[in-house]
Design a protein. Structure first.
Length: 124
């Protein structure tokens, strides 16, 4: 699968999966041995099981989410994809804005991902 197709599929699946808290759809995007780092100084999540646990944990308490992923910027086997989420976290409105960097294998699965994101209270 070419990287542009894989990256758009990644963005579309994450957008739908986050909106509907569909962890299974999201985790299907990752290679079994994938490594995900959420924020630069957190320890990485290694393997699909650890990534699924992190995603499930991150959705806890989040409701009424509106998620948008931008068109991926692709270079070689990598993509950068901005995202924005408007949600309620334990009842309080929040906005989360960030970017995910993804490296894909030849089959279009994510093998390494890392996020940079920030949240603010309210919807902006």
């Amino acid at each position: 699968m070419d990287t542009r197709t894989a990256a758009q599929h990644f963005a579309d699946t994450w957008q739908h999966g986050w909106t509907h808290h569909d962890t299974d759809a999201i985790i299907a995007l990752y290679h079994d041995d994938a490594v995900h780092t959420s924020m630069p100084f957190r320890p990485p999540h290694r393997g699909k099981h650890a990534i699924a646990e992190y995603i499930t944990w991150s959705f806890t308490g989040e409701t009424h989410q509106k998620v948008t992923f931008a068109t991926p910027i692709v270079d070689g086997d990598q993509a950068a994809i901005e995202f924005r989420v408007h949600a309620h976290d334990n009842g309080a409105p929040i906005t989360l804005a960030g970017c995910v960097f993804v490296r894909f294998d030849p089959h279009g699965l994510a093998v390494r991902t890392r996020d940079y994101w920030h949240t603010t209270e309210g919807h902006h």
